[in-house]
Design a protein around this ligand. Structure first.
Ligand code: SF4
Length: 201
């Protein structure tokens, strides 16, 4: 018997067409969120800290994000495997741009194909990725709207997501770099998914 292609199958197919190296869908309850990750942004003096609404202290705190996650049934996790010398070199922002663009495209695909309120998050600060040449973010300074509303996503670590735990769960930790000694490193994004009760999955 031939199984009918589900909306979830179409989403994974679309994700692969976008060139990701791996994609999984897991229960949203498996996403580990810890306050300390958002604290690291501040303590490690990340240049993204305080620069955009997608980063601490402006992005929602980890407890609020935990509440938000609990309203979703599942999460699509995708990764690109990037040569480590590129990821930690001059082209880093181009890689992160691709990551945010992909996460956002998956969010819109989900919204157009039977999911409601899909939410995309991705590694990195949108200020550094999209608006590095601009002095300030207009959203933070109350002087205008986001310049890249269809691409920029909230920062994964800024929301407190412990991606190491997700990597372990998915068996991706073996190819995650430690001290940048591996030839490739993973860069990942997440799209939170919620079924539209009116649509059959
Ligand atoms: S304008 Fe948008 S993309 Fe640029 S820093 Fe502000 S929120 Fe981020």
């Amino acid at each position: 018997m031939i199984r009918k292609k589900s909306i979830q199958d179409s989403l994974i197919e679309y994700c692969k067409k976008m060139g990701v190296n791996d994609v999984r869908i897991i229960p949203s309850s498996k996403i580990s969120v810890e306050e300390q990750f958002a604290e690291i942004c501040k303590n490690d003096k990340c240049p993204g800290y305080g620069s955009a609404p997608s980063c601490p202290p402006f992005v929602m705190n980890s407890n609020k994000f935990k509440d938000i996650i609990s309203t979703y049934h599942s999460a699509l996790i995708f990764k690109f495997e990037i040569p480590t010398n590129i990821l930690f070199g001059n082209e880093r922002n181009e890689v992160l741009y691709l990551l945010h663009e992909t996460a956002s495209a998956l969010k819109y695909f989900s919204l157009n194909n039977g999911y409601i309120n899909a939410m995309a998050i991705a590694a990195g600060s949108c200020k550094q990725i999209f608006c590095e040449k601009h002095k300030a973010c207009p959203v933070i300074t109350n002087s205008g709207k986001c310049r890249y509303p269809e691409k920029a996503c909230p920062s994964m670590s800024g929301l407190g997501v412990n991606f190491n735990k997700i990597s372990k769960l998915l068996g991706w930790d073996k190819d995650t770099t430690k001290k940048n000694e591996e030839p490739t490193s993973n860069m990942a994004g997440i799209v939170l998914l919620k079924h539209d009760p009116e649509i059959s999955f």
